[in-house]
Structure formats: C-alpha cells, structure tokens
Write a protein that binds this ligand. Sequence first.
Ligand code: ZN
Length: 254
Amino acid sequence: MTTTRSLCSRGPLISAEGLNGVGKTYLTNRAVEAIETKPLMLDEFSQRANGRPGLGEALLQSLREASAGDPFLRGGTPMAEALLLMAIKRHDLDTVLPDLVHGRTVVEGRSVDTTAVCQALLLHPDNPDAALKTAVDLLGLASSYRPLPDLTILVTDDASKALERAQWRDRCVFTDEQAEFMRKACVLFERLAATDPVRYQVVDRRHVDEYEAADLIRECIEGAGGDLACLVEPWQGPGAGCMCCGQPTKAEAA
Ligand SMILES: [Zn+2]
C-alpha cells in the first residue's frame, strides 16, 4: 500500500472478503449492529448485486451480460475482466472518498482481493502455486488503480459449507465445475491472506460459531481507526497531496 507515516484524519477503509455463501455480508451486518457509530457499508459486486447506481453498476452489468449468468462473472477473458473489476473498485473508492475525508469508517463488501483470487485461478486453473503468485501480482496491479484497503477481513469456512449456503440462498445448484472453482478459491483466499498478516484478519468459521465470528468482525472494524497514514494517489506517487486530507505526503523510507 502506498502510504506515508504522516497521521491523517481520514476514516479507515476496510473490506470483507470470502467465498460466496461464507456468510460475510450476514456476519458483517450483525457486527455493525453492535457498533454505535455506523460505518458506511458498500455492497459487494456479484451476479446478485443489483441497483448500485452509476458507472460501477454499468460496468458490472456489462460483466454480467458477457458471462451469461455465471455466478463468478466469468466471460472467458480473465485479464480484461480483471481490469474492469479493478475499475469498478476504483469507482467504489471514488464514491466513498467524501466519507473517508470526514473520518467515517467504510466497509466494502468484496474488494480487490476477490478479483485477484478469481482471476488468478482462471489464469492458472491447475497450478496452485502459479495462481498464488499471480494473485499477489494482481493485487500489485490493483494497487496502481487505487490504494488497497487498510484492513481486509477474510471470512472463511469449509468450501462445502459455503457451497451449501450459497445454493440454498440463491436457490440454485452449482455445477461440479463451479463447485470445484469454489473449492480452489477457498484455498487460494487463505493462502493469499497468509502472505500479508498485517492487512488480513482471518475469521475462520471452522473454529468459531456465528456469534463469535460476528464479534471478531466487530472488533476488527472498531480497531481499525486511529493512527492511519495518508492515502497517496497511486498513479501520482509520493509528493502529491493526500487523497483525503490534502497534506503533502512523502516517500516512506524503504
Ligand atoms: Zn491524509
């Protein structure tokens, strides 16, 4: 993440990530119920998410049409789709900047990590190590579009449990191929999170019940404020003013 150490008055940017059906939206909403100063909640992008206004929705709609109902928005051109998904996440950041400026916490459902995981799997369906490296590289590419979240909460579980919930919720039956894609995504999400224990907090439903999971997410969200570095516009680099408070930023010593 391109930031400097100067203290900023902005709010923290948090993302909630995880497989379809892992319960991240449900658990995050439960967590937020118990928080007094409500964060701004930004819906996730998915086949199901309708009604997001503006350019983000228009881009999402084009991905939906190109993927003809695939639950993972796969249309056959993974890199072009990756760039469009990153553009959507840049659009989302643009829409929440005023809230960050005013010090409000923003929680985005799904961010660039979903894109990194899914598109890396499409590029390397049968090579988990190559997929992990590509996912890390795609996050690097995404961070040239927009700053990465300050904190990413990965909600995870047995892929079979997530699959069961997703099918029940969406009243559909995933094909064997789609189920296999979810299993691989589950593993890759967890491996990717392990590469950056500073940014990721993992909430593993194999070890906590839903009450404990919601409580852990609440603690993550409440603990994310304070001591935040300024946000540097990635394509401008250090030296440009902070995206939120405007104060000049300078390069962090490597
Ligand atoms: Zn700042």
